[in-house]
Design a protein around this ligand. Structure first.
Ligand code: HEC
Length: 139
């Protein structure tokens, strides 16, 4: 059998699927991806399991919806809960001081933390809980 006509297709096919007439992936290949997106519509990344302490569990809920967008991604130096190295220098200030700063907003060495993470409707207690959750995970 003469394989010559197929060689360019095989070679190019790896780079340009279109060269072999595969512009669109078959529906069967695309389907599971779409299903996965439908099953998990939450855009914000979230920390995994809920803590047993109700205060920390409430804090996690606040964190997941209001703080995770920056903090899970370590955006602009936002310390990620659980990243002990990122928190070790901050924790000695005390949870109360860190909560006050988070309520008022502050400019840090690396980035700026907006007041209440940008959600003015959050209560001070919600922020206190969220900070307690973040610190508890990072000790
Ligand atoms: C827009 C991004 C953003 C959001 C949203 C955000 N933060 Fe932050 N946060 C930062 C950044 C950036 C820092 C680090 C600033 C620095 O020290 O350079 C930070 C630092 C902190 C710190 C450490 C404070 C300290 O004294 O070191 C705490 C606590 C904190 N954030 C709590 C929260 C809480 C609670 C929320 C949600 C209610 C939240 N953040 C939402 C960006 C964000």
């Amino acid at each position: 059998m003469n394989m010559k006509p197929f060689l360019p297709c095989l070679t190019l096919g790896l780079v340009f699927l279109g060269a072999c007439g595969l512009e669109k992936p078959p529906a069967t290949l695309k389907f599971p991806e779409e299903k996965k997106e439908a099953a998990a519509p939450a855009a914000a990344p979230v920390a995994e399991k809920a803590p047993a302490d109700p205060k920390l569990a409430a804090g996690k809920a606040v964190y997941d919806t209001n703080c995770a967008a920056c903090h899970e991604a370590s955006m602009m130096g936002a310390p990620k809960p659980g990243d002990k190295a990122a928190w070790s220098a901050r924790i000695p200030q005390g949870v109360e001081t860190m909560a006050k700063k988070s309520i008022a907003g502050f400019q840090g060495k690396v980035g700026a933390m907006p007041p209440k993470g940008g959600n003015a409707s959050l209560t001070d207690e919600a922020i206190n809980n969220a900070v307690a959750f973040m610190v508890d995970k990072s000790k």
